[in-house]
Unconditional design. Structure first.
Lengths: 158, 158, 158
């Protein structure tokens, strides 16, 4: 049996959560979500059903992980980061399938950045706080601005 | 008697809510708010008193609807969209009357966009994710950027 | 004994809270935080431990105040404003000490703006809604944009 922590004011409806993961107050995890080991799911985070989250992932407050989003191991998602999963949303119109967003291993998303639907964010990439990411981000790239542009590449990191 | 749903961890203090509307966990609706039929008020949404919301409106997580804001039928408000209602806010200084913000029928506000006070957003307009809207948006316009600019117009839609 | 209000759905773990301060639903204050008199801590706000908040401060919904952040008297923090405290965040890598962010007396932070780590925001400054603040802001300055630039200075205000 998995040993993860759910704060008494948080809600976790999934049983697919790894040992050592902590889910904090006013967070809400829907039944279909799969979450790895040693993750930190902070206050007010919302995680939908068709979601896969790796190990050692940090999701700070005010973030939602929608259907179709995958976060690989060691990803950092800063506070109020906003994912989207519909390129042309209209109320009460639902897509039959959502575009797939993937954040690759070790990437970090700075606070309050916005990720457009169907984006791939490369390994160890660093998204600047407040950036609006409208296209794929290469491995090791640092991006910032609205729309986000690559400003430099990180040296190879272990 | 109106038949709407309030999650056991949500708070609805208004009785002016239409049939079929759902209010989810950690959402909070104040007593004066008027909300139409078949709306979806997601987790952590906050709705103040002098607010009028039409039918079939979707408000995703992390959004607040302040005094003076009207959302017409079929409006979509994406996650973490931020409305404001004071053009020059100072702590403990309250306006006697708030500027009126109106989002017209069928308009969509992309995730994490920001709406300055007193703005009118036209019918079927589409606000890009992460945009900062500083002036009125015409019917059918698509806007993006900070500050938001019109990038194109949609063909007439039913 | 201090007389402050905590909504029955909010959580306040600190005893260092001044008279007249109100902490609303789904807000969460950690034990080490120090908060002054007559503050308004709105729904879903999160306040960490190494935080000092003055008197008459307003913090609107969806804001987090992280370790290392100081808000002086009469500061206004708009909805979904995002502070950060790590210039190069990686999951599971914690700084031994966080850069100090200070918002000086009477300053206002417009809705959904983003404050990079270690920033000083001057007295009575006004940060525009949706701005991304990447460097210190002088007293009385009005800034906006991504990155934020000074657009004018306010006359001396009492």
């Amino acid at each position: 049996m998995s040993k993860f922590f759910v704060h008494e004011r948080g809600i976790c409806e999934s049983e697919n959560v790894g040992d050592g993961t902590r889910i904090w107050a006013f967070a809400h995890v829907l039944p279909g979500a799969r979450i790895g080991f040693n993750c930190n799911i902070c206050d007010t985070v919302f995680i939908e059903n068709k979601v896969v989250i790796g190990d050692n992932v940090t999701i700070k407050n005010g973030v939602q992980i929608w259907d179709g989003i995958t976060l690989k191991n060691n990803v950092f998602v800063g506070p109020n980061v906003t994912f989207t999963n519909d390129p042309f949303p209209r109320s009460k119109i639902h897509l039959s399938e959502y575009p797939e967003t993937v954040v690759e291993e070790g990437a970090s998303l700075g606070g309050n950045c916005t990720i457009l639907p169907g984006i791939k964010i490369g390994r160890m990439a660093m998204i600047g706080a407040g950036a609006v990411v409208t296209q794929d981000v290469p491995d090791n790239a640092v991006v910032m601005g609205n729309p986000a542009r690559v400003v430099r590449y990180l040296q190879d990191q272990k």
